[in-house]
Design a binder for this molecule. Structure first.
Ligand SMILES: C[S@@+](CC[C@H](N)C(=O)[O-])C[C@H]1O[C@@H](n2cnc3c(N)ncnc32)[C@H](O)[C@@H]1O
Length: 395
C-alpha cells in the first residue's frame, strides 16, 4: 500500500491519481493524503515522473511493523554505510523529539553508526529530503494520521520541483509568458488518459484547439505522447507554438511522431483536420480579457461572459456537427471579485445540451465534487481561476 501526499489543489491531485490508476483500491483519502493499493511498484515509479499533483509517495509497512523506532533500527541494521534518516508526521502536532531521541539511543546501544537529519525536531521538507539524498542513500520515514488510523512508511519518491524548472525545458519555457501553468496542463492530460488503460493503446493523440503557445502540446510530448495537434486563432501564437514544438522535438528524450499546429478560429472547429485524428481534446479555453484586481466588477465580467459564450456555443455546436466522439478535458474561467467567486453558470446549460459530464473522482465520503462535477484550480493571487471538466459529446 502507498500513501500519496497531495498538492495544494488536492481534488485535482486525487483526480489525477484515480485517472492514472483506475483499477486501484482506495483505502483512505482526505485533503492531505490518499492511501491506495497499487499492485506494481515499478509501474507506480514509472508513472510518478509524469504526475504533478503528488508531492511525495510513501510505501507503507505492513501493520505489524507500525512501530516507528523499531522499524528505523531494523533498516539501519541492513545498511552498509553510516545511516542517515529523516522522520516526519503527516499531519499531527505531536512532537518528533521523543521518537528521534529514542532512535538515536537505540542506534548507539546497537553500535550502529547513524544520525537523523531533522533540524530542531521539525518535519523535513521535500527540498531537504532531496538535498540529503535520503531516498537514494538513506531513508525518509513518515508517520501518517489518517482518520482513526495511523500508518507508518518509507518514502520512495519526492517531486523535485527545482530540478524540473532547471532542466532544459526551462529554456523553451522562458519564451512562454502568461501560459497555462504546466503543472495544471499535465494534470489535465493525465485526467484525460484513464480511458486508454482499457484500450490497447498506451498514449492518446492529444489536440488543443486553443493551443496558445503550446503548453498542453509540449507537456504531452514530455509525457511521451507521440502525436499532438494544436490550433489557435492567432498566427503569432501558432508561430511560437511551432518554435516550441521544434525545440521539444530536438531537445527532449521522446519519440514524437507527429506534432502539428495550424491557425484556426475555434468557431469553425468542425473544419479542423485534427478532429478525426485525435483521441482527446485537452484545452484551456480562452479566458477572456485580463482584469485588474482593483478595477474588476461583476458588471464587467457579465459583459465579458457574453463574448465568451458566443464563441463557446459555436465551438460545441461545431464538435456536435462533426460527430466528435473523443474525451474532452477542458477548463473554463471563473473570477474572484472582492472575495466572491463569480462562475460562468451559463456554461453548465451549454455542457448539458451537448455533452455528458464524466466524474473526475470516485464517490468517497471525504471527497465532494463541486455542484457541477467540476474541479477548481486557482492561484491565491490571481483574479481568474479555472473550472475543469471531463466531458464526452452526446451522440
Ligand atoms: C488562455 S490561452 C491558452 C493558453 C494555452 N493553453 C497555453 O498555455 O499556451 C487562450 C488562447 O485562445 C486563443 N483564442 C482566442 N479566441 C480564439 C478562437 N475563437 N479560436 C481559437 N483560438 C482562440 C488565443 O489566441 C489564446 O492563444
Amino acid at each position: 500500500m502507498y500513501a500519496f501526499q497531495l498538492g495544494r489543489e488536492f481534488k485535482l491531485s486525487l483526480a489525477e491519481i484515480f485517472a492514472v490508476f483506475p483499477q486501484s483500491r482506495i483505502e483512505y483519502a482526505d485533503k492531505n493524503i490518499c492511501i491506495i493499493d497499487i499492485e506494481s511498484k515499478q509501474k507506480l515509479l514509472n508513472q510518478l515522473e509524469y504526475m504533478w499533483g503528488t508531492i511525495k509517495v510513501i510505501e507503507l509497512f505492513p501493520a505489524y511493523k507500525w512501530k516507528p523506532v523499531e522499524s528505523i533500527i531494523d533498516i539501519a541494521r541492513e545498511g552498509e554505510w553510516k545511516f542517515r534518516f529523516g522522520l516526519s508526521f503527516l499531519w499531527s502536532d505531536s512532537s518528533l523529539k521523543t521518537l528521534l531521541m529514542q532512535a538515536k539511543k537505540m542506534l548507539k546501544e546497537e553500535n550502529i553508526s547513524g544520525r537523523f537529519v531533522n533540524k530542531n525536531f521539525q518535519n523535513l521538507s521535500s527540498a531537504q529530503i532531496i538535498g540529503e539524498w535520503l531516498v537514494e542513500r538513506g531513508a525518509d520515514f513518515t508517520i501518517i494520521s489518517a482518520g482513526k488510523l495511523e500508518y507508518f512508511g518509507k518514502t520512495i519518491w519526492v517531486q523535485d520541483i527545482e530540478n524540473y524548472s532547471k532542466r532544459d525545458y526551462g529554456k523553451a519555457r522562458d519564451m512562454i509568458v502568461g501560459m497555462l501553468p504546466p503543472k495544471l496542463a499535465q494534470m489535465m492530460i493525465n485526467i484525460s488518459v484513464s480511458v486508454f488503460s482499457s484500450k490497447n493503446k498506451s498514449t492518446p493523440a492529444v489536440y488543443d484547439p486553443f493551443c496558445g503557445l503550446g503548453t498542453v502540446l509540449i507537456e504531452s510530448i514530455l509525457m511521451q505522447n507521440s502525436v499532438v495537434y494544436g490550433s489557435d486563432i492567432s498566427p503569432e501564437n501558432i508561430d511560437k507554438t511551432k518554435e516550441n514544438l521544434n525545440y521539444a522535438r530536438k531537445n527532449f528524450k521522446n519519440s514524437v511522431k507527429t506534432a502539428e499546429a495550424i491557425v484556426l478560429d475555434a468557431k469553425w472547429i468542425s473544419s479542423s483536420p485534427y478532429l478525426k485524428k485525435s483521441d482527446v481534446i485537452v484545452t484551456e479555453w480562452y479566458l477572456g480579457q485580463v482584469f485588474q484586481k482593483y478595477s474588476v466588477t461583476e458588471k464587467k465580467i457579465e459583459e465579458e461572459k457574453v463574448h465568451l459564450l458566443e464563441m463557446y456555443t459555436k465551438f460545441f455546436d461545431g464538435l456536435s456537427r462533426a460527430n466528435y466522439s473523443g474525451i474532452i478535458v477542458i477548463s473554463f474561467p471563473f473570477w474572484e471579485v472582492r472575495g466572491k467567486y463569480v462562475y460562468l453558470n451559463e456554461i453548465y446549460e451549454l455542457i448539458k445540451k451537448y455533452t455528458k459530464n464524466l466524474p473526475l473522482l470516485p464517490s468517497h465520503d471525504e471527497i465532494k465534487h463541486t455542484r457541477s462535477w467540476s474541479l477548481l484550480y486557482k492561484r491565491p493571487d490571481q483574479i481568474v481561476g479555472r473550472e475543469i471538466f471531463k466531458l464526452k459529446m452526446k451522440k
